[in-house]
Structures are given as structure tokens and as C-alpha cells.
Design a protein around this ligand. Structure first.
Ligand SMILES: Cc1cc2nc3c(=O)[nH]c(=O)nc-3n(C[C@H](O)[C@H](O)[C@H](O)COP(=O)(O)OP(=O)(O)OC[C@H]3O[C@@H](n4cnc5c(N)ncnc54)[C@H](O)[C@@H]3O)c2cc1C
Length: 460
């Protein structure tokens, strides 16, 4: 007889691990299957290793900037192999910690790919065993989408391989304009590579506020990153001294590595969803209702595989809400609006809420406050960089409905602005808050002059 569990979780990533632990805490018998490494994308080949590489890349500026403050720094040398080895050690420590937490929570971990045989039966590829489950949670995440196969596609890497390169490429071309593309552009640029960013659209960071997109692009270019827009990579050919990349305007660029960061697709392929009767939505992600429930009532899905807001804290929150709802018997909804988020580019981006364009579409009157200034540290270091900040305000209610920052620590700042925005703080509340001086973020409470007001014309 097949083993029986109350909950079978497919995927031990951000959403799956949280859901498994909390469900077990409610007394459910829980099994989780992981085909690669416990911790999932964020821990193993996403947020965490990425941020470690971002830290590494930022030392370059620190060494340079120190001179203006009186320091003499001997010529710094960087060793990629040391960075990758230390990063791998930390990731292994985290993987062990995640495994230990699941063990402590009495969740049974199986290191295997799992697929659905029917709506209640899961098959483990490693052993051929089948498990009967009362409830199933699909938390299989996503994977890099490399687009259609171009000539020479075998020479192209994704973010997965970027974390394990044998050596730092002297020249790298990154195709993509999303957050992963600009983050890796910053990492390689900071570590000393010559970076070319190629993006098919008009400007990087589609979906972000236009001022943020323009400001970041300008800053990337100031740092020596070559940004090419409205073009795509059509082919990659191995040549004697590297890889020759052919762009859509017939320009050829020779580099040592080519990386595509052209989006991610939900991991649904070969999962047995048809056998279980689980339906996909229009984008190919698993379709769920506001409780993360699929069309099959005892099968749920959370995280990137549902393609709602593909971020770790969101997957974790969805996993927790699932456990509370199904095993804690207290229905919990996840609010997917006003999610603060950061892009760990150089400089960093932090945003929450509506862009100026979105606010103009939604609201009758919109007030814009924005500023751009030289950060204090740059006065002595001489670095050519500016900070950008913008508040989008509902002109009728005075509520701050959007905040957009490009500059040092933007991710840290936006976490706290996120609380104010969620609490429906008004511009008057921001103004009444005493500034912390001297900081960059004091600008957020001292912007007095509107830079624009948009009033929607009444329909004729
Ligand atoms: C380079 C990069 C940087 C990122 N940076 C950030 C960031 O800074 N901040 C942020 O919030 N988010 C970031 N993300 C996104 C974040 O990693 C994801 O949103 C998050 O990991 C989603 O969690 P999840 O539980 O949905 O899936 P995942 O964490 O992807 O976990 C899914 C797991 O399921 C496993 N699996 C898949 N299919 C099967 C199967 N059939 N059987 C068994 N196991 C299976 C996979 O191996 C994986 O371990 C980043 C992502 C990438 C790629």
C-alpha cells in the first residue's frame, strides 16, 4: 500500500518550505520532495548568492572612493575563485539550516523529482514509490526562459550558470532588461568585466516608473556599462578569441561570455498536471484563486509557479497563508498590492506602489514630488553619481500611493517607506515627520515643491 500523508509538497523552495513547516505545526503529516537542493531558487541560485556577489562587486567603489577621504589603498586585487568558494560554503550552510528546520518540524524530506499520477497520487522518480496525499501543494517555482533557440544557443548561460563560472569573464554580454539582467550587469561591472547589456525594448526595467528607468540607465552608462536597446541577439558563434554575438542590426560584438536574463517560466512541464486535472492560466502558470487553490479543490499552488508576484517574501507569505487556511482552519488572504521591492543594481532601486503613469490612469488628480541630488559621500570621493527620489501622491486624498528611489540603500529605505504607504500615510504625514540629518532619505520628508500635477479631464 502506498504511504499516506495529509500534505505532499512538491518543491522545497521559499513557498514550499514555509507551507510544509507551518502545516506540520498544525499537526498534519507532511512530506516534501525536492529534486535539486533544499532552499530553492532564492537560497541556492537567486536572491542570496546574488546579494553576496553584489556585496563583492561594491568593494571596487569603496577602494576608489577612499582616496578622497585621505586613504591610500594599495592596488586592490580580486580573486573570483575565492569569492565563489566562500559563496558556495555559505549556501551549503543555509541549505543545511533549511534541512534541519524541516527535520525539527517533523517534515519528511525526499530528495527526488515528484510528479502527479492523479489528483491524489504523487510518484517519486528517485525510487519509483507512490505516495497518497489528502492535499497537494505545488511549489515548484520557475526556471530561466531562454527564448527561442538561436544559432549557437549552447554557448549561452543563464543566471543558474553565472553563479558557477570557472573564471570572471573579461567581457560579458547580457541580454535582458529586467531586474536580474541589470543586477548581473552591476555585479560583473563592479568586479572588473567589460559589460554590454542588450535589451529588445525601449528602456531597461519595464514596468518600473519611467524616471527610475531613465535614471538607472544613465547611472549604468556612467559606470561604463554599454546599454544597447531595441536590439536582440540573433546568434552566437565561437571564434578563436571568444564568442561573436550577432545583433539584429548586423552589429557583431566579441565577448567571453553571453548570458540571457530574458525572464522566467513557471515549472509546470512534465509535472502530471493533466493527469491530476489541474488547469493552467493564460500565461502558462498554474491558475489559482485568492486562497492559492487550483480548480481541483484539494490541490493548491504557491509562489513563482503561479506567476502572481514572483518574489521570495510573496511565496513565503502565500505558503504560510495556505497552511493557516487549510490546516490551521483560519482562512488567510495574501494582499498582492503595495509589495515593496528592490533591484540590487548599482546604484540600487527601491520602489513601492504606483508609478506616475499608473497613478494617472487610476486617479482623478495626481501630485508628483521628485528630486535628484549628489549624495554627500560623492562630494569628497568625487564620484559622478546622483540619487533620485520620487513620491506619487493622490491629489484628492493626499495619500502617498507610490515611492521610487534610486541610490545607495534604496532597498533598506523602501522597506520602511512600505509600512507608511500600507498604513495610508499622507504627504502631510511625511512632511510632519522630522528629518534625520544628514541622510539621503531625509529628502523623502522635505520635498515641498510639487514637480507636476496631473488632472484627469472629465469624460465628455
Ligand atoms: C537570479 C535571481 C535573483 C533573485 N533575486 C531575488 C531577490 O533579490 N528578492 C526576491 O524577493 N526574489 C528574488 N528572486 C526570486 C525568488 O528566488 C523566487 O521568487 C522564489 O524563490 C520563489 O519561491 P518558490 O517557492 O515559488 O520557488 P523556488 O524557490 O524556485 O522553489 C521551487 C523548488 O521546487 C523544486 N522543484 C521543481 N520541480 C520539482 C519537482 N517536480 N519535484 C521536486 N522538486 C521540484 C526546485 O528544484 C526548487 O528547489 C530571484 C530569482 C533569481 C533567479
Amino acid at each position: 500500500m502506498a504511504e499516506e500523508v495529509d500534505l505532499f509538497v512538491i518543491g522545497a523552495g521559499s513557498g514550499g518550505v514555509r507551507a510544509a513547516r507551518i502545516s506540520s505545526g498544525y499537526g498534519a503529516r507532511v512530506m516534501v520532495a525536492e529534486e535539486y537542493r533544499v532552499g530553492g531558487t532564492c537560497v541556492i541560485r537567486g536572491c542570496v548568492p546574488k546579494k553576496l556577489l553584489v556585496y563583492a562587486s561594491r568593494f571596487a567603489d569603496e577602494f576608489e572612493d577612499a582616496a578622497g577621504f585621505g586613504w591610500t589603498v594599495p592596488e586592490p586585487k580580486f580573486d573570483w575563485a575565492t569569492l565563489i568558494a566562500n559563496k558556495d560554503k555559505e549556501i551549503a550552510r543555509l541549505e543545511a539550516a533549511y534541512t534541519a528546520n524541516l527535520d525539527r518540524a517533523k517534515v519528511k524530506i525526499v530528495k527526488s523529482r515528484a510528479t502527479l499520477l492523479d489528483a491524489h497520487t504523487v510518484k517519486l522518480a528517485a525510487t519509483g514509490e507512490t505516495i497518497r496525499a489528502k492535499h497537494i501543494l505545488i511549489a515548484t517555482g520557475g526556471a530561466p526562459s531562454m527564448g527561442k533557440d538561436i544559432e549557437g544557443h549552447e554557448h549561452v548561460i543563464s543566471s543558474n550558470e553565472a553563479f558557477h563560472l570557472k573564471e570572471l569573464p573579461k567581457r560579458i554580454l547580457i541580454q535582458g532588461g529586467g531586474y536580474i539582467a541589470v543586477e548581473f550587469a552591476g555585479i560583473f561591472n563592479g568586479l572588473g568585466s567589460e559589460v554590454t547589456l542588450v535589451y529588445r525594448g525601449d528602456n531597461i526595467l519595464r514596468g518600473f516608473d519611467d524616471d527610475v528607468r531613465n535614471h538607472l540607465r544613465m547611472e549604468l552608462e556612467k559606470r561604463g556599462i554599454k546599454v544597447i536597446t531595441k536590439k536582440i541577439v540573433e546568434g552566437v558563434e565561437k571564434v578563436d578569441h571568444g564568442l561573436c554575438v550577432g545583433l539584429s542590426d548586423h552589429e557583431n560584438i566579441v565577448v567571453d561570455k553571453v548570458m540571457f536574463a530574458t525572464g522566467r517560466r513557471p515549472n509546470v512541464h512534465g509535472l502530471g498536471l493533466e493527469a491530476a486535472g489541474v488547469k493552467l492560466g493564460p500565461t502558462g502558470a498554474i491558475a489559482v484563486n485568492e486562497y492559492s487553490q487550483t480548480n481541483v479543490p484539494h490541490i493548491y499552488a504557491v509562489g513563482d509557479v503561479t506567476d502572481r508576484v514572483a518574489l521570495t517574501p510573496v511565496a513565503i507569505r502565500e505558503g504560510h497563508a495556505f497552511a493557516d487556511t487549510v490546516f490551521g482552519k483560519k482562512p488567510v488572504l495574501v494582499d498582492h498590492t503595495n509589495v515593496p521591492t528592490a533591484v540590487f543594481s548599482e546604484p540600487e532601486v527601491g520602489v513601492i506602489g504606483l508609478t506616475e503613469a499608473q497613478a494617472c490612469e487610476k486617479l482623478a488628480k495626481v501630485d508628483i514630488y521628485k528630486t535628484s541630488f549628489r549624495p554627500m559621500k560623492a562630494t569628497l570621493s568625487g564620484r559622478d553619481t546622483r540619487v533620485f527620489m520620487k513620491l506619487v501622491v493622490d491629489g484628492i486624498t493626499d495619500r502617498v500611493v507610490g515611492a521610487h528611489i534610486v541610490g545607495p540603500d534604496a532597498g533598506e529605505i523602501i522597506q520602511l517607506i512600505g509600512i507608511a504607504v500600507r498604513m495610508k500615510a499622507t504627504k502631510a504625514d511625511f512632511d510632519a515627520t522630522m528629518a534625520v540629518h544628514p541622510t539621503a532619505s531625509e529628502e523623502l520628508v522635505t520635498m515641498r515643491e510639487k514637480s507636476a500635477t496631473h488632472v484627469r479631464q472629465a469624460a465628455e
